[in-house]
Design a protein around this ligand. Structure first.
Ligand SMILES: *Cc1c(COP(=O)(O)O)cnc(C)c1O
Length: 463
């Protein structure tokens, strides 16, 4: 495939970002007396976000999770300025002076292995997106066929034509899904997959309500030496906490995931696998192909998050799922059409509403944000891929409100506030104040170690 890039006329501006917001920033910088004031403008914007999103919002964005104060503090650690390309150990580094960095990274790797019960783990992925590219780099050649989940069923660009799988030049086919059950149509899969014989079947879903039949799919793909790649970006925490399926044990060859979604660590990627034959190809794809300076402050934060997970993961993740089920049920009882109502709504941190009757996902997400309830628009199976920008669904996640300590009664309260907005039955200002009050009545982060005595950047209230 060749792409021709035509030269733009010199006077044309090509800008993907919103010109109004860029103009606002240009204006702020123009009005600043000096660079110090420019810096202040950055600090002010950060403070505005911390106040609003941090202290006054009910954040129900499924890909978000609050880090513990310790994990967040580690992101500002001294080690974040150090360079440590290569593998762990003095003989494997290009740079000298990495003795303690080796310790941090080795602790991270060993902690990840324990959380996921895996023989191998890697800590160097600055994004889960890059973990997926590492998998395709290691396990496929350009032109190979793969199968992955389409976007209306929750599939993510990283396993489709517009992401790493496309960049690798793979031929991408769809994993057949059942639009009512929201699970893989196994019969159709067996038929299609036997014809296509994909090298990889990628099970990745950003909208995720139910487990994949990994064992059966791995058996089928095994007929021609195909492998299951479980992209558990969203479910990583649920998997580590034993509250979802266990892809590696069910037959997936490799599991990737986002450390900053349910896993509640620093935004970045995790990859684990068991087969020693994959260690060479996967780690070669990570270094030197996709990672160089890999942010050792982030690695330290990831290690601390993994330790927290060993202590609290099971209980924390179980409550997330309970809350998602409670919130979905509460919305359903209040007349909001919820996906998979006939089968208990969800087995993850997510609940999906069909908000077509209320103006569609985008309009509803913006209206909810006006009352400090943060969600996102989402494609659902009845949407066409070309409707990607005006989807009918609303995705709701319970990771953050759970970590603030909210439980089933608060889920009913949140459902009330959401329906206040959808039905326009109370003034926006009143609903917003209620959302702020609810958030403020849960000021202490749960499922983390008391951090008394750590001091400094680590010293925020934590139970
Ligand atoms: C979020 C997501 C990714 C990308 O993960 P990042 O950590 O944001 O890079 C990949 N796959 C799926 C299914 C996702 O939901």
């Amino acid at each position: 495939m060749t792409t021709t890039i035509a030269a733009a006329a010199p006077e044309t501006t090509v800008e993907v970002h919103d010109p109004e917001v860029l103009a606002w920033a240009g204006d702020v910088l123009d009005r600043a007396a000096d660079p110090r004031q420019m810096r202040q403008a950055v600090l002010d914007a950060v403070a505005r976000n911390a106040r609003w999103r941090g202290d006054e919002c009910l954040n129900l964005l499924a890909p978000e999770a609050p880090m513990s104060p310790t994990v967040r503090g580690l992101l500002a650690a001294e080690v974040g300025q150090r360079a440590a390309e290569g593998h762990i150990g003095p003989a494997n580094r290009w740079f000298a002076g990495t003795a303690h960095i080796d310790e941090i990274e080795a602790l991270c790797v060993e902690l990840l292995k324990r959380v996921f019960g895996a023989r191998y783990a890697d800590h160097r992925l600055v994004a889960s997106m890059l973990g997926n590219l590492a998998v395709y780099t290691a396990l496929t050649a350009p032109g190979d066929a793969i199968m992955s989940v389409t976007q209306p069923f929750g599939g993510h660009s990283s396993n489709r034509g517009d992401g790493p799988a496309g960049v690798r030049g793979l031929r991408i086919h769809d994993v057949p899904m059942d639009p009512v059950e929201l699970e893989v149509d196994l019969e159709a899969f067996a038929r299609t997959a036997r014809t296509i014989q994909p090298k990889i079947v990628a099970l990745g879903a950003s909208m995720t309500l139910f487990p994949f039949p990994v064992a059966r799919m791995a058996e089928i793909a095994g007929e021609w030496g195909g492998r299951i790649f479980f992209d558990g970006a969203h479910q990583l925490g649920l998997i580590g906490g034993g509250q979802f399926q266990d892809p590696l044990r069910e037959g997936a060859a490799v599991l990737t995931g986002s450390a900053g979604k349910t896993f509640s660590g620093p935004q970045s990627g995790v990859i684990v696998w068991n087969d020693p034959a994959l260690t060479g190809p996967l780690t070669d794809a990570i270094f030197p192909t996709l990672a160089a300076t890999h942010q050792v402050n982030r690695v330290a934060a990831l290690a601390a998050a993994a330790a927290e997970f060993l202590a609290f993961g099971r209980e924390y993740m179980a409550q997330i799922v309970t809350n998602a089920q409670a919130l979905a049920a509460a919305l359903h009882e209040r007349g909001v059409p919820m996906l998979a109502a006939h089968k208990g709504f969800t087995r993850t941190h997510q609940a999906i509403a069909d908000v077509r009757a209320h103006g569609g996902g985008e309009s509803v997400a913006f209206r909810l944000a006006k009352v400090n309830i943060i969600t996102n628009k989402n494609l659902i199976p009845t949407d066409k891929p070309e409707d990607w920008n005006r989807p009918s669904g609303l995705r709701i996640g319970t990771t953050e409100v759970t970590r603030w300590g909210m439980q089933e009664p608060e889920m009913a309260r949140i459902a009330d506030l959401m329906v206040d907005v959808l039905a326009e039955r109370r003034p926006v200002a009143a609903v917003k104040q209620d959302a702020i009050d609810l958030r403020r009545s849960f000021p202490v982060l749960q499922y983390c170690f008391p951090n008394n005595g750590l001091g400094g950047i680590y010293n925020t209230p934590c139970k």
